[in-house]
Structures are given as structure tokens and as C-alpha cells.
Ligand binder design. Structure first.
Ligand code: RP5
Length: 184
């Protein structure tokens, strides 16, 4: 990446949010805040708000249609039950949308949210993470930004190494319990 491009990216980072996190209700916040928290670990400060597909359809249209011109690069959308928010945002923007199915109070068992977000028709993709998988949504958003930002890319590399270290620590622990392991 050229120095100019990098400077542009850094400028965008300080000027306005690159990641928009939206959720259908404040009751989704306990799950969805994990996306914001992990993005902060990569020094990406997202914006976060409530947009309800069913209760505020005009706000939904506004948010989705203005997202790109406002400078957002990725949208993370989470909802539970009849979870139409991610798909309806994806219908109105060319930005990548990451969907987080939330196991909410009105959800039967989570499958309703998973299937509502996952089973999108041809032409309107939503990158769906696991039930309540807001942390992975944040990591995926950072990975998308990292395509054009070497600083975020470096932090993601370090994060991968850290995960490796954690597992190798467990390998040592488990070995110390006396189980046979001829691999390590
Ligand atoms: C969905 O309904 C929201 O995303 C939330 O997961 C669920 C319940 O919303 P509240 O009734 O708690 O506002 O639209």
C-alpha cells in the first residue's frame, strides 16, 4: 500500500467511523457490545446504535441508504426472532453486511434468528456468524478493513499468534494431567 493510501485510511479512521454496528433493540446490546469491544482491541472505534427493521422502517431505510456516503465500510447488524434487520440493510447498500443472530426473549430457540439472517436470497448476501457470535462479527469486520490498512492487519496477525499461544498453553496443561500424547 502506498504511503498516500495509508494516510487516507488513517484520516478516515480519525474523521468518522468505518464500522457501523446496529441492533434491533436495546435488549440486544448485551450480546452486540462484544463486537464493539473486540474492534476496539484492533483500535477501530465503531459507531453503535439501535435500528429496528419492524418498529422504525424509515430509520432503517435512512441508515442503510446513507451508510456508504457517511464513510462506513462495513455494517454489523444483529437481531433476534424474526430477524429482518441485516437482510433489509443488505438490500439497500453495497457495503458488506455481517449478520449476528441473537437469541432474544422472543426467539423460540435461536434457530428463528439464525435462519432469518442466514437464508438470504440470491443477490443479497449477508455474512452470517454464529448465534450470539458478535465477537466474530467484529473480527471479520476488522479483517475487511485490514485489506486496506496495514496497522489493523498487524494487530490481527498478533491476535492470531496470541490464540495460538493460548491453545499451546492448554496443550501443556493437558499433558501435565498424564494423558498420552506422542504428537508434541
Ligand atoms: C428483535 O426482537 C430485536 O432485535 C430483539 O432481538 C427482539 C426483542 O426485542 P425487544 O422486544 O426486547 O425490544 O427485533
Amino acid at each position: 500500500m502506498s504511503e498516500k493510501q495509508q494516510t487516507t485510511n488513517n484520516k478516515q479512521q480519525t474523521n468518522g467511523p468505518l464500522v457501523g454496528i446496529v441492533m434491533g433493540s436495546e435488549s440486544d446490546l448485551d450480546i452486540m457490545k462484544a463486537a464493539a469491544e473486540i474492534l476496539r482491541q484492533f483500535e477501530v472505534e465503531p459507531e453503535l446504535t439501535i435500528v429496528s427493521a419492524h418498529r422504525t422502517p424509515e430509520r432503517l431505510r435512512d441508515y442503510a441508504s446513507k451508510a456508504k456516503e457517511r464513510g462506513l465500510k462495513v455494517i454489523i447488524a444483529g437481531a433476534g426472532g424474526a430477524a429482518h434487520l441485516p437482510g433489509m440493510i443488505a438490500a439497500q447498500t453495497i457495503l458488506p453486511v455481517i449478520g449476528v443472530p441473537v437469541k432474544s426473549s422472543n426467539s423460540m430457540d435461536g434457530w428463528d434468528s439464525v435462519l432469518s439472517i442466514l437464508q438470504m436470497p440470491y443477490g443479497v448476501p449477508v455474512a452470517t456468524v454464529a448465534l450470539n457470535g458478535a465477537k466474530n462479527a467484529g473480527i471479520l469486520a476488522a479483517q475487511i478493513l485490514a485489506l486496506h490498512d496495514t496497522s489493523i492487519a498487524g494487530k490481527l496477525e498478533a491476535f492470531k499468534e496470541y490464540q495460538d499461544d493460548i491453545v499451546m498453553e492448554s496443550v501443556k496443561n493437558v499433558k501435565s494431567f498424564g494423558f498420552r500424547n506422542e504428537f508434541d
